[in-house]
Design a protein around this ligand. Structure first.
Ligand code: ADP
Ligand code: MG
Length: 876
């Protein structure tokens, strides 16, 4: 509160000695604007009504060690993107307006980077009035009926406020109206600029607290801009020269005698309504825009300060007029500040002088920061460092708020887009620091000595008076008089009633006439009036009747409406029920769909598994088949091998057996021969080769078994002595048995048998015709040469009617090289080691052996018999 000192300048408590012990911290609020459509990343999250969290965007390292840091900042309140202008106002500005009306000062400033919503929050946009228009609305809604007439309060040029009488005020009003030929821009009835028409809503009916009905109020506004550390008055009325516009004149800051800072020579416009005030503000705003464009300034680099000054003075004891005591005038002010964008210079890409200017603006914000830092340090550590308010205009202007008293609030505007992260971080740090600064809270206004309720009583008295006057038919009040005046003027004028002569007989009767005339006119008028009144009454009656019938109709309609409402209600309930049901069904469908999906997935996976298993089975089967084939091959191979081996072994065994048999047979024959020769003279004794032939071995018994015919005994079958010559003697018929396998060796001396029947296999027919048999048998000799044996025998008739061959002779034909050494006979043969004669000796033995072979009629000689046996002698 700035108390008026001697009716001139508001008093300020002495510096560094706040008048109240109560201190409040600077109230810091945070408003997060919505992300614009083109922005993507968001670095701010509102986590509670008082806290926000800052997320470092990707790729942004906040710590030295490269870690990401998430920081939280707490404020008095946080306003998220969905918070309305009205809500912001209710929390932030309404208490300041309440204070203003109670006579206390307030400072509200917007802080943040360009585009963060400072201007939006302060001024607003069409349809979305900000804190400023809302504050104006609240002020005028509250003090509306208690406003003083224009010019009752009057500003001096030294930051003071004077109060003058109603009459002086009236005179000044007339004077000013006459001076201004053009219609006054400050008329409260003037039409609003369509641009701002929906930013300020006069129909708002909310009211501030603390309005004193026994005071009269008046609002003064001023609007300044601080750019490049120069102050410009935005409401100054300048004569615009379109051809050569003058650059705006900067203003200076002054200190009044109470050490309060003010802008010297700054326009303070008295306004009587919110619309008027906002219209004035808008004029300043336009001027600011024009100047910025003309001077190529960047508007985001300027600070704008809108000051609302509220002057109030108590009514006198009657409650009729403002007390003409300047000591009783209270002036409080609310400063609404839209600071320049807090971003650092590098970001804007400005050039040349603009960079320098921007630097200055930065300088003023930096200075604000420094001041706050030092203030905080002084308060927290009890130090007494000098706060450099004077280093910039902004801090200088608000110096009183920080070292005097008042309420300071700050709205930190932030744009949540990720690109702004760094700047937002700086803003947050500043805000955090600012919250720690405390400001002395403003003192309550002293109460003046008059009884409260004066205005009300005065009004009640006036109303009562008017009523009484009306009852008496006299003039009721001023308004009635003004309504009557034209009527009076329309009456015929009164003649001059100046009596110069006491005997004047003309003037008085003329006056009497005129008065009578007037009386008549009055009577007529009264009659007319009564007529009109009656008419009016009947009309009113009619209207009343109409109204009643309309009322009835409305009532009827209302009941119908209620019925319809009932139906709608039931329908709604039904609809809700159905909706619920639908939702349930949808939910069920959803679940079923999900289940189906799960089953389908299962089926697919099982199918897949089946396929893989089948494939594997197929593969295994083909492998098995392959293996089988391979095994088959191996088995057959082994089988044939073993078969061959067995055959070989059997053959070997057979051969051995036959050999043995042969030997036994031979021995037997020899024995027989010996026995027979013993009876027949002229036959030489066989050489005593065999020592123990007595006991017949198995092999010896074999041939006997094989033959079905009685064995040819030496007694029944005479063996003739062998004579070589006899062979060539003619007369005998031969069966020449030459196996097909016999080779023609190309020998010079070939045995030729005349009269022979040549056969490849002996048969009964051939044997029956002949009496001699010869077998040509070829075999490999022990020296590797082929030797041919001619085995001869006699064909004899058996008792069974068949033929038998009795072998009588074996002739060996052999080719040999002269150089070839003759092989010895095997010792197993049991031959005496007589060398070249052994064959001969052997032949001798053979010639003495005979063997009868019985062949049944129709039978063939089986393999392995006789010549086969002989053939196998190749392999002993
Ligand atoms: P500043 O004054 O901080 O530079 P502005 O107030 O001019 O920023 O805001 C920039 C843009 O963002 C404007 O078009 C404004 O309408 C919009 N804006 C800012 N805050 C909000 C909000 N809370 N809701 C909707 N739009 C906003
Ligand atoms: Mg702005």
């Amino acid at each position: 509160m700035i108390r008026q000192g001697k009716g001139k300048t508001p008093r300020r408590p002495p510096p560094k000695k706040p008048s109240s012990n109560q201190k409040d911290p600077v109230g810091v609020y945070c408003r997060v604007r919505p992300l614009s459509a083109e922005d993507e990343g968001c670095c701010i999250e509102v986590i509670s009504s008082t806290t926000i969290q800052l997320h470092a965007p990707e790729g942004f390292k906040t710590n030295r060690n490269g870690e990401y840091k998430e920081t939280q900042y707490t404020f008095k309140k946080v306003f998220g993107v969905s918070v309305s202008q009205m809500e912001l106002f209710e929390h932030v500005a309404r208490p300041l307006v309440n204070d203003l009306i109670r006579g206390k000062n307030g400072l509200l400033f917007m802080y943040g980077v360009t585009g963060s919503g400072k201007t939006y929050s302060m001024t607003g946009s069409p349809g979305q009035g900000g804190l400023l228009p809302h504050s104006l609305n609240l002020i005028f809604n509250s003090i509306g009926p208690y406003q003083a007439r224009r010019y009752v309060f009057k500003t001096d040029d030294k930051n003071g406020m004077e109060v003058q009488s109603e009459v002086d005020a009236l005179l000044e009003r007339q004077r000013r109206d006459n001076n201004l030929s053009a219609p006054k821009a400050t008329s409260s009835r003037q039409k609003l600029d369509p641009e701002i028409a929906d930013m300020i809503k006069p129909e708002d009916t909310y009211k501030a607290e603390g309005v004193d009905e026994d005071s009269s109020y008046s609002v003064f506004i001023s609007y300044i801009e601080i750019y490049n550390n120069y102050i410009y008055d935005l409401l100054e009325e300048t004569q615009e020269d379109a051809i050569k516009p003058k650059p705006p004149q900067s203003k200076i800051l002054r200190e009044d005698h109470n050490h309060n800072m003010y802008v010297a020579g700054c326009m303070e416009v008295e306004v009587k309504s919110a619309e008027e005030a906002f219209q004035v503000f808008w004029r300043g705003q336009k001027k600011r825009k024009v100047a910025n464009t003309r001077l190529n300034r960047e508007s985001s680099r300027s600070h704008s300060v809108f000051i609302i000054k509220l002057a109030q003075a108590p009514l006198d004891a009657d409650g009729n007029n403002i007390l003409q005591d300047k000591n009783q005038v209270n002036v409080s002010q609310l400063c609404l500040v839209d600071l320049a964008g807090s971003e650092r210079t590098g970001r804007t890409g400005a050039e040349g002088t603009r960079i320098r200017e921007a630097g200055n603006i930065n300088q003023s914000l930096l200075n604000l920061r420094t001041c706050i830092e030092i203030l905080r340090e002084n308060q927290m550590c009890g130090t007494n460092r000098m706060v450099p308010y004077r280093d910039s205009k902004v801090t200088h202007l608000f110096k009183n708020y920080f070292d005097g008293e008042g309420k300071v609030r700050m709205v930190v505007c932030v744009n949540p887009k990720a690109d702004e992260y760094e700047e937002t971080l700086l803003v947050m740090r500043f805000a955090e620091m600012t919250q720690e600064v405390e400001v002395a809270s403003p003192m309550d206004r002293p109460i003046c000595g008059f009884t409260p309720g004066r205005r009300h009583r005065n009004k009640a008295f006036k109303d009562e008076l008017a009523l009484k006057l009306e009852e008496r038919g006299g003039p009721i009040d001023n308004d009635f008089t003004s309504a009557i005046n034209p009527l009076v003027c329309s009456l015929p004028p009164l003649p001059s009633c100046e009596l110069t002569d006491p005997h004047d007989d003309i003037t008085l009767p003329r006056l009497i006439d005129a008065l009578q005339n007037r009386h008549m006119v009055r009577q007529m008028m009264i009659e007319e009036y009564n007529k009109a009144a009656n008419m009016m009454k009947s009309m009113l009656q009619e209207l009343d009747n109409n109204l009643i019938s309309k009322d009835n109709f409305i009532h009827e309609q209302n009941s119908k409406l209620a019925e319809k409402d009932q139906i709608i209600q039931t329908n709604k309930a039904e609809m809700e029920r159905l909706e619920k049901k639908t939702k349930m069904q949808e939910h069920k469908i959803d679940i079923l769909q999900k289940t189906t999906k799960i089953y389908e997935d299962d089926k697919r996976s099982l199918h897949h598994e089946l396929e893989t298993r089948e494939n594997r089975l197929q593969k295994e089967l083909s492998e098995k088949r392959l293996m089988e084939q391979r095994m088959h091959g191996v088995v057959s191979d082994t089988q044939t091998k073993w078969e061959k081996e067995c055959e070989r072994r059997v053959n070997a065994m057979k051969l051995e057996m036959q050999n043995k048999l042969w030997v036994k047979d031979e021995k037997l024959k020899q024995l027989k021969a010996i026995v027979t020769e013993g009876k027949t003279p002229g036959r030489p004794n066989p050489p005593p080769r065999q020592t123990q032939p007595q006991r017949p071995s198995r092999e010896e018994r074999l041939p006997a078994k094989r033959s079905a015919s009685p064995s040819p005994t030496p007694t029944t079958t005479p063996v003739r002595p062998l004579h070589r010559r006899s062979r060539s003697t003619g007369g005998e018929k031969w069966v020449d048995h030459k196996p097909t396998s016999s080779l023609d060796l190309g020998t010079v001396l070939q045995p030729v048998i005349p009269n022979a029947i040549q056969v490849s296999a002996p048969n009964e027919k051939a044997l029956s015709k002949c009496d001699k048999y010869v077998l040509t048998h070829q075999e490999m000799a022990s020296d590797g040469e082929i030797q041919t044996k001619l085995i001869k025998g006699d064909v004899i008739k058996t008792r069974g009617g068949g033929q038998a061959v009795q072998f009588t002779d074996i002739e060996t034909l052999k080719q040999e090289l002269t150089t070839a050494t003759r092989h010895k006979r095997k010792s197993s043969e049991g031959t005496p080691a007589k060398g070249d004669h052994s064959d001969g000796a052997w032949t001798d033995v053979e010639t003495r052996c005979s063997m009868a072979v019985e062949m049944k009629a129709g039978s063939n000689m089986g393999p392995g018999y006789e010549h086969h046996g002989i053939t196998k002698r190749r392999k002993p």
